[in-house]
Design a protein around this ligand. Structure first.
Ligand code: 5GP
Ligand code: ZN
Length: 136
C-alpha cells in the first residue's frame, strides 16, 4: 500500500521523477538529492513501511540484497575507496523521511564526511546487564 502525501511513496512508484539506478516490481533505487558523497543512493521499497520495525522480513531481505548488489556496482563504476550502508529509524536516530530506506554512501579518501559515533566505555557488569535485558 502507498501512503498519501509520502514523498518516497511517490518517488518509488514513479509519480515524482528521480535519477533511478534500478527498478523492479517492489523497489526503486535512486540518487539522493542531498548526497553525502558522489553516488549516494537510496533503496526504496514501493510499498510503504515507515521504518525497519514496520517492514516485512521478505522486504527486508530483498532490500539488503539490492543494497549489496548496488554497492558492488557503485564501487566498480565510481571507484570509491570504501562504502557505508546507513539505515535510520526514528527522528532520534536521524530519520527525516518516514518511509523505510537504506542509504548507500560511497566513501572516498579525504571526502570530508564523518559517519561515526563516540565510543562508550561500559564496565563488564554494564555489558552483562544489557545482554540480559535483551536476551532474557
Ligand atoms: P534520512 O535522514 O530519513 O535517513 O534520509 C533522507 C534522505 O532523503 C536524505 O539524505 C535526503 O537528502 C534525501 N531526500 C529527501 N527528499 C528527497 C527527494 O525528494 N528526492 C531524493 N532523491 N532524495 C531526497
Ligand atoms: Zn511511503
Amino acid at each position: 500500500m502507498k501512503k498519501e502525501n509520502c514523498i518516497f511513496c511517490k518517488i518509488a512508484n514513479g509519480e515524482i521523477p528521480s535519477q533511478t539506478l534500478y527498478e523492479d516490481k517492489h523497489f526503486r533505487i535512486i540518487l539522493d538529492l542531498g548526497p553525502a558523497t558522489r553516488g549516494h543512493a537510496l533503496v526504496l521499497p514501493k510499498e510503504h513501511a515507515e521504518n525497519l520495525f514496520e517492514l516485512s522480513e521478505a522486504a527486508a531481505g530483498e532490500a539488503f540484497i539490492l543494497a549489496k548488489k548496488t554497492a558492488a556496482k557503485i564501487k566498480e563504476k565510481l571507484g570509491c575507496d570504501g562504502l557505508n550502508l546507513v539505515q535510520n529509524n526514528g527522528e532520534t536516530a536521524g530519520q527525516t523521511v518516514p518511509h523505510f530506506h537504506i542509504h548507500i554512501i560511497p566513501r572516498y579518501k579525504d571526502d570530508g564526511q564523518n559517519i561515526n559515533w563516540v565510543p562508550g566505555r561500559p564496565s563488564q557488569e554494564e555489558l552483562e546487564a544489557v545482554r540480559r535485558q535483551i536476551t532474557e
